[in-house]
Design a protein around this ligand. Structure first.
Ligand code: GDP
Length: 310
């Protein structure tokens, strides 16, 4: 139902891409999000990251500031990035399958010391099923023996400052992991060597402790989504898709207007019965409430069926 925008308008009014984080337990998903959020978690101010329920919003100004050292002159066309934290809350079992469909792009976190693990492969299968594009984060580079910390440095700069021995360790681990991905049917390559993005999945080495590679990750997420998903990201004034991320009680902030994509808290009676992973239906002036109720119940049943099966 999206109103048609001319190609020019479409480029100018993109919505924020939605990104989800997946990977094996202990790969560093939580730590990575914590690091990217930093300490300046303040609500609502321009340039500040907003931590929402089950989601974190990174405004474009913040991303621009943090990626300065990469000297990317590419314009940021998206207003920001919405990262859904599906790893740490109750809803993940329901959202695991839906989340990968709901997201425009996924981050698949792999521990460089451990390589691919069962849950990494499970995540890969979900991503393949939904045809969701993803970026591989090769986390914990600081655990390579002898790693010299370069806080928040772009990864190429950080790697250059390492000894030959550390660089060799890094290359060996990288080759092993690229081979493991190949065994699963995926071609992967370091992002700055990747000439066929889309066909070959990009790898960004990071440390969630000292921040090496984090600027690269933020920039790649934004650049890739705004380059390849313009149509999908075209802003529309109509409600498109809403999902319940988490049902809980909490303080609330009043919003006059919500622009996609955002995580919001809704306060209403009976919401304790809401189930994470189900859709949120909006009754428009021309809709029949009973029809919408029926659609919502169908959705609820399908999620309940899935829960029963797992
Ligand atoms: P999750 O289960 O994927 O969310 O993993 P966590 O974020 O909880 O991380 C698991 C453990 O690895 C924690 O003890 C983290 O402190 C540690 N960790 C995560 N990322 C890094 C990293 O980049 N470097 C190092 N040295 N430790 C990390």
């Amino acid at each position: 139902k999206a109103p048609c925008a001319t190609p020019k308008q479409a480029e100018e009014i993109l919505r924020s891409p939605i990104c989800c984080i997946m990977g094996h337990v202990d790969a560093g998903k939580t730590k990575l999000l914590d690091f990217v959020r930093g300490t300046n978690v303040q609500e609502g101010e321009a340039g500040f990251i907003t931590q929402q329920i089950g989601a974190t919003y990174f405004p474009a100004e913040n991303i621009r500031e943090r990626t300065k050292e990469l000297k990317a002159d590419a314009k940021l066309k998206v207003p920001g990035l919405l990262v859904i934290d599906t790893s740490s809350h109750e809803s993940f079992t329901n959202l695991r399958s839906r989340g990968s469909g709901l997201c425009d792009i996924a981050i698949l976190v792999v521990d460089i010391m451990e390589g691919l693990k069962p849950q990494t492969i499970e995540s890969l299968n979900l991503l393949k099923m939904r045809n969701t594009k993803f970026i591989v984060v090769l986390n914990k580079v600081d655990r390579l023996y002898g790693w010299k910390m370069c806080r928040n440095a772009p990864i190429v700069k950080a790697l250059k400052q390492q000894s030959k021995d550390v660089q060799n360790q890094f290359n060996m681990k990288l080759i092993q992991i690229i081979t493991q991905f190949k065994e699963q049917g995926f071609n992967t390559e370091l992002y700055y060597k990747n000439k066929e993005m889309g066909e070959i999945f990009s790898i960004v080495p990071t440390s969630a402790v000292s921040g090496e590679g984090i600027p690269d990750l933020l920039l790649l997420l934004v650049q890739w989504t705004q380059k390849t998903m313009v149509e999908k990201l075209t802003f529309s004034n109509e409600v498109q898709v809403c999902f319940v991320l988490l049902s809980c009680l909490g303080t609330y902030l009043h919003h006059k207007e919500i622009k996609a994509a955002q995580g919001i808290k809704i306060t209403a009676q009976g919401l304790e019965h809401a189930i994470a992973g189900t859709g949120l239906y909006v009754v428009g002036p021309d809709d029949d409430v009973e029809d919408v109720k029926e659609a919502a119940m169908e959705d609820m049943k399908s999620v309940m069926n899935r829960i029963d099966k797992t």
